[in-house]
Design a protein around this ligand. Structure first.
Ligand code: NDP
Ligand SMILES: N[C@@H](CC=O)C(=O)O
Length: 434
């Protein structure tokens, strides 16, 4: 039986999950793969820190040279970040180590570069855990959908924000409280700003973009928005209109180019993505031959993510690697507002209490007659403010923004994922809640 020496870079949430799986499933892994996996080193910052797994003190090191001296066959990056991680991974490849990584930040920025180095050294590079936790989405895109041209990918790709949005809606908990819980559960990034401001989901959709549309593209950050502006009042009002707010990541082929976008999006209660709750992720893929596919599972946490890492290690043992899409398409950058101008858009207005009822009436009357085609509207009053939620087609974003300013309202615009609205255009009959 061939022995494979493994070095872990990092032994936190995911690294501990990997070690746990190797310990609990070692016998099964040996039988299934015909390989003996041995952890010969684990790079950490603080070797004295209590660990969630039993591991020999001599395995831990703070010195990368010690890792190289142990001559690993496979290096697993569960450490995260760009610096010094990228340098370590370049070094690992130059030493002809196979690489498995969970590090979406690094792969979104340097995936094509690392693929080139890995190809030159003829080693495997796999990173299933970087997108969708335990869901085998990248293996499917990279290895099982070659004949298909992927036309769309819609995903809930961040467990932390999906957990926050779910708990805000179902348990009426405050944003800060749920974020703290997500951190305790090990879902959130070291700096949770990456989760709540949409950078993490953007990195993941960018990695999907490389695999579906090729690696030579540089999308702009202006297409990314997180959930920090989403309030419980907004969730409640859109809920009354039949929608759930989800942080959706979208990659879409457009002719010979494609667009990437991340933002809070209204998903109708009847849509499969609306039922994806807590830390679960889901990826909706459309191929030109196969049609629609839906992948779902836990998108964060030690064991789901550890499972993806260990399965990648077994792919390495079988001689497999990920491959980028070969048919390059150019990139068309779609700015958030433009993306929505052609279809439906959701507008959420907050009017401070000091504004008179007349501002609310003017706003409702503008929405019903001048702002575009109004599909649905509802209002909510609290001690502090009045809220108006509207779903419109054919609205001019600049006109909406100007009118909001005119009546001293704060406006948040959201994308809407609802094919039914195209058909409902000019058929709906909306009664104003005045
Ligand atoms: N948590 C999750 O659910 C998921 C995480 N990921 C990704 O997996 C990676 C790891 O995440 P996670 O396990 O949550 O992170 P943690 O913060 O829990 O663990 C990071 C580990 O890396 C070590 N480390 C960090 N920087 C250095 C450094 N400069 N030198 C040596 N060791 C270092 C830490 O050492 P020490 O323990 O001594 O501090 C720790 O063991 C990240 O890329 C993350 O984005 C991907 C999918 C899901
Ligand atoms: N912070 C990430 C962890 C997994 O990628 C998330 O919440 O999804």
């Amino acid at each position: 039986m061939k022995k494979w020496k493994i070095a872990l870079l990092g032994l936190g949430t995911v690294g501990s999950g990997v070690v746990t799986i190797l310990q609990t499933h070692g016998e099964r892994i040996r039988k299934q793969s015909g390989a003996e996996l041995e952890v010969v080193g684990a790079l950490v910052r603080n070797p004295a820190k209590p660990r969630k797994v039993q591991i020999g003190r001599d395995v831990l090191t703070t010195d990368i040279q010690t890792i190289w001296e142990r001559e690993p066959d496979i290096v697993i990056d569960v450490m995260g970040g760009l610096d010094p991680t990228l340098g370590y991974i370049e070094e690992a490849i130059s030493r002809k180590c196979h690489v498995v990584s969970a590090n979406k930040e690094m792969l979104a920025a340097y995936g094509p570069h690392l693929h080139r180095l890995a190809d030159e050294q003829n080693v495997s590079l796999l990173y299933e855990a970087s997108v969708g936790g335990g869901i085998p989405i990248l293996n499917a895109l990279s290895q099982l959908l070659h004949a298909n041209r992927i036309t769309h990918v819609y995903g809930i790709l961040n467990g932390t924000t999906n957990y926050i949005l779910t708990k805000m809606e179902e348990e009426n908990l405050a944003y800060e409280e749920v974020l703290a819980r997500a951190q305790e559960l090990g879902f959130a990034e070291a700096d949770p700003t990456a989760d709540v401001e949409g950078y993490d989901a953007f990195n993941k959709i960018r990695i999907i973009g490389h695999l579906c549309f090729g690696g030579k593209t540089q999308p702009l950050a202006s297409e990314r928005e997180g959930i920090i502006s989403v309030t419980s009042e907004e969730i409640e009002l859109y809920g009354k209109l039949g929608y759930r707010v989800k942080l959706l990541a979208v990659a879409e082929r457009q002719g010979n180019s494609y667009s990437l976008r991340v933002g809070p999006t209204l998903v109708p209660h009847s849509h499969q993505l609306a039922g994806v709750k807590d830390e679960y992720n889901a990826v909706f893929v459309t191929g030109d031959i196969v049609g629609d596919l839906l992948f779902t599972g836990k998108g964060a946490g030690a064991l789901p993510t550890g499972s993806a890492v260990v399965e990648d290690v077994l792919q390495v043992v079988s001689g497999r690697t990920f491959a980028l899409e070969q048919e390059e398409v150019g990139t068309q950058t779609v700015v958030h507002e433009e993306a929505e101008a052609s279809g439906a858009i959701a507008a959420f207005f907050t009017l401070p209490r000091r504004e008179t009822d007349s501002a609310k009436i003017r706003l409702l009357s503008f929405l019903s007659s001048e702002a575009g085609f109004l599909h649905a509207v509802d209002t909510l009053e609290t001690g502090d403010a009045s809220y108006i939620a509207a779903i419109l087609s054919g609205a001019d974003v600049q006109v909406l923004q100007a009118f909001a300013k005119h009546v001293n309202a704060v406006l948040h615009l959201r994308a809407v994922l609802d094919d039914r609205l195209a058909h409902a255009f000019r058929e709906a009959d909306v009664t104003l809640p005045i």
